[in-house]
Design a protein around this ligand. Structure first.
Ligand SMILES: Nc1ncnc2c1ncn2[C@@H]1O[C@H](COP(=O)(O)OP(=O)(O)OP(=O)(O)O)[C@@H](O)[C@H]1O
Ligand SMILES: [Mg+2]
Length: 233
């Protein structure tokens, strides 16, 4: 994935191979959606592989429109799914109506059966939206452990988007972060009235990576990672 966003090789010193489950965390507007979608579109078109972007935040059509407006192109090998695809499964399935993790897993498995080895990448946007659909009674930790395991067994490189910010300089350490193979933090720094976006990798198993914040910009060629940010932790 290090060659998908220009400059990302400054942070990831060796490539990140599938299978992996990676959390992409950040506050509103920090480019979580744009980042994951560009990583996918770049990787898939280069490798001739197939991916699924599952958006639970909006419809496929509005997601596609937003990505076009920001200048991120994508090909036919990147499928955008939304809640209506899960709804269809819900109507014919025998899962409990609130077990959306199982429904998503079934959607992904069906896609795997259809496309086989060519299906290599998945993004779920977002975990917050998924959790809000679930019943409180469901043990999330247990469900997530099995969910992550099954995603890895399907050989997928999965990115899971999550809303959140670093509080008091502490890196996100929720359950998902322990269970995942990597945590990428997208943040915003305000300095003298100007907000700068940055990307920081807090964890990436089997990868030699920088822990520093690197500025992230949207240019004409899409997203771009610039140099490390000085004077910040
Ligand atoms: N054409 C554009 N050029 C540059 N920046 C843009 C453009 N269109 C949108 N943006 C910026 O991108 C931001 C949204 O990016 P994105 O949707 O990827 O963030 P996000 O972290 O997924 O947000 P959310 O938390 O709402 O899901 C906007 O707030 C805006 O600042
Ligand atoms: Mg988003």
């Amino acid at each position: 994935m290090r060659d998908t966003v220009s400059g990302l090789e400054k942070i990831l010193r060796n490539d990140v191979d599938a299978p992996k489950v990676v959390l992409v965390i950040g506050p509103p507007g920090s480019m979580k959606t744009s980042f994951c979608f560009s990583v996918m579109s770049r990787h898939l078109s280069g490798a001739g592989e197939i991916g699924m972007y599952l958006t639970l935040e909006e419809t496929s059509a509005s997601h596609a429109k937003n990505m076009k407006s920001i200048g991120i192109d994508y090909g036919k090998n990147l499928f955008i799914s939304d809640f209506t695809d899960i709804r269809e499964l819900e109507l014919v399935g025998d899962e409990s109506p609130t077990d959306y993790i199982s429904l998503i897993e079934r959607l992904v498995r069906n896609f795997k059966q259809k496309h086989g080895k060519a299906f290599t990448m998945l993004t779920i946007d977002s975990l917050g939206a998924l959790y809000s659909l679930m019943d409180d009674g469901i043990s999330l930790r247990k469900s997530m452990y099995h969910f992550f395991k099954n995603l890895r067994e399907m050989g997928l490189f999965t990115m899971l988007i999550m809303e959140g910010s670093i509080a008091d300089g502490k890196f996100y350490s929720g359950t998902e972060a322990f269970l995942s193979d990597g945590v990428i933090y997208l943040g915003m720094d305000s300095n003298r009235g100007k907000i700068t976006r940055f990307v920081q990798v807090g964890k990436m198993r089997a990868c030699d990576h920088s822990m520093e914040r690197h500025a992230l910009e949207v240019g004409r060629g899409g997203l771009q990672v610039l140099g490390p940010m000085l004077g910040n932790s």
